[in-house]
Design a protein around this ligand. Sequence first.
Ligand SMILES: C[S@@+](CC[C@H](N)C(=O)[O-])C[C@H]1O[C@@H](n2cnc3c(N)ncnc32)[C@H](O)[C@@H]1O
Length: 211
Amino acid sequence: MNIDRFAPWYRWVEYAAFGHALEARRFAFLDRLANARRILVLGEGDGRALEKLLLLAPNALVDVQELSERMISLARRRVGDSHRVSFRQADALTSKWPDSQYDGVVTLFFLDCFSESEARELVGRIARAMVPGSIWLVSDFAVPPRGWRCWHAKAWTWSMYRFFNIATALKTRSLPPIEKLLTEAGLRRLELEEARGGLIRSEVWIKQSIM
Ligand SMILES: C[S@@+](CC[C@H](N)C(=O)[O-])C[C@H]1O[C@@H](n2cnc3c(N)ncnc32)[C@H](O)[C@@H]1O
């Protein structure tokens, strides 16, 4: 995926397609990290969530890892110079993090960039970097199991993947099973909010102490 060319338009295309619905999902549970000390944010994008997170988690040091140079510069511009944020332009698929390093992880509309096998490996690696008992905030798209909600979500996700396949050369063409992968990695869901007929979800997951 290369979102650089599209980065300045990303926010406006999102507002045109979803209004402020994605924004609401992005911000839904950020306050659950209020007491965090060390947070890993993967695929932050243009800094909208980061800006809020820095206010809501005043004692946290935040490591932001993002593939796109352009997104990093938009995020830097938004949050200004802060000794609490460290930006790293790197591919999460090939990054290593020390075990038990973070007491908070944030992935917002990020895990949908990967195939099931990529996401499984990545989720496992992120989970190992979390302290037991720590929180992972996930917001992403989902397809409900049946009924009109299922067809509605299938139509939206199909269109979005086609758009991103063209605009950013994203290779993935369907959602990985995020719930299953986090559960397999030893996390348990604490909270869930849905919007747009179950198409968009915000979730709070905890890394269980005994794995
Ligand atoms: C769909 S955008 C979501 C951005 C933002 N988190 C949001 O809520 O809108 C996915 C972001 O993840 C980044 N990304 C995609 N693959 C990545 C990878 N392998 N490593 C790090 N960042 C990646 C992209 O550059 C992009 O900024």
